[in-house]
Design a protein around this ligand. Structure first.
Ligand code: NAD
Length: 290
């Protein structure tokens, strides 16, 4: 592939993507605040961000939020200080587009490329290499990175200049959040009404209420399989908050965010902060009926 690959942030998503790359024969040099993470996913353990920067021509990031991304980039020993001409950084995190655009400009000033690549598909798609990527930034740099990205993404969309990928990701995730929180509420109500949950899902999936959560989440959730490894309630709340901030910047009225903010905020407050966001149904159940 002609690229030496570094990876920073080896959590639920990053860890699985790095492992997938390793399985495809791509050697990955990985760094995470959790020192054991690299070994767990079969990556070469790097001791610092700086050592990843020095050894890699392509660096993938999968970090919780823009704050973590900015730290990795702007710290004295961060990626920007070590940026080299032609180096490509692909940010797979879900992050604030305004932050992303600033970072991209700073790398461009050093002759390096910063691509924002929102990721969709969750843990299972990361393992099977069937993620969807929504990319913003320099299209030629994307072409250079593709031989690596192709090994974990089945669909790669180029959306336009820096920030376009992360913006598109926030739009998608908002719909995902609405569908999940609304479906959780409906399923708690169905249970309270004494309905058979599998039958209700069959009806929804054959009717106009069908959505990603009714199709792909709840058939498993009602059997007790919460699909661990997916986005936590904390990160889901982050995504919706970023969406609301984005709409404020765009001067577009955001009228539908109150439901998911309340639902995932409730889940966080009731002790489900780090649990997969599918557990929002339990939080709603906790405060319902009796
Ligand atoms: P996670 O919390 O499981 O992983 C984040 C990792 O980053 C952790 O291992 C943490 O130790 C590490 N980290 C944090 N700060 C760091 C730093 N300064 N230096 C090095 N490592 C650091 O989160 P995740 O679920 O893997 O999600 C990662 C990103 O991908 C998030 O932005 C999330 O919104 C996005 N995302 C997640 C999913 C999903 O289904 N889990 C899907 C699409 C996108």
């Amino acid at each position: 592939i002609g690229l030496s690959v570094g990876f920073i942030g080896l959590g639920n998503m990053g860890g699985r993507i790095a492992q997938r790359l390793g399985g495809a024969g791509v050697e990955v040099r990985g760094f995470d605040l959790d020192q054991a993470a690299a070994g767990r996913v079969g990556a070469v353990a790097a001791q610092s961000v700086a050592s990843v920067a020095g050894a890699s021509t392509l660096i993938l990031l999968s970090l919780p939020d823009s704050r973590a991304v900015e730290r990795v980039i702007y710290d004295d020993d961060g990626l920007l200080a070590r940026a080299r001409k032609g180096q490509i950084i692909v940010d797979l995190s879900t992050a604030a587009p305004a932050s992303t655009r600033g970072i991209s400009a700073d790398f461009a000033a050093r002759g390096a490329f910063y691509l924002d690549a929102g990721v969709s598909g969750g843990a299972a798609a990361a393992e099977s290499g069937t993620l969807t990527l929504m990319v913003g930034g320099d299209e030629e740099a994307l072409e250079h990175a593709k031989p690596v990205l192709d090994r974990f993404a089945a669909k790669i969309f180029f959306l336009g200049p820096s920030g376009s990928g992360h913006t598109t990701k926030l739009l998608n995730n908002f719909l995902n959040a609405v569908a999940l929180s609304a479906t959780a509420e409906v399923m708690v109500a169905a249970r309270a009404a004494g309905l058979d949950l599998a039958s209700v899902l069959d009806v929804l999936n054959a009717s106009s209420g069908v959505n990603f959560a009714t199709l792909n989440r709840f058939p498993r959730i009602i059997t007790g399989d919460y699909l661990e490894g997916g986005l936590s309630n904390t990160l889901m709340l982050k995504d919706v908050t970023l969406y609301v901030e984005l709409l404020a910047q765009l001067r577009v009225a955001s009228l539908n965010a109150a439901g998911p903010i309340a639902s995932f905020g409730l889940a966080r407050a009731l002790g489900y902060a780090d649990a997969i966001s599918n557990s929002v149904v339990d939080a709603l159940g906790d405060i319902s009926g009796g």
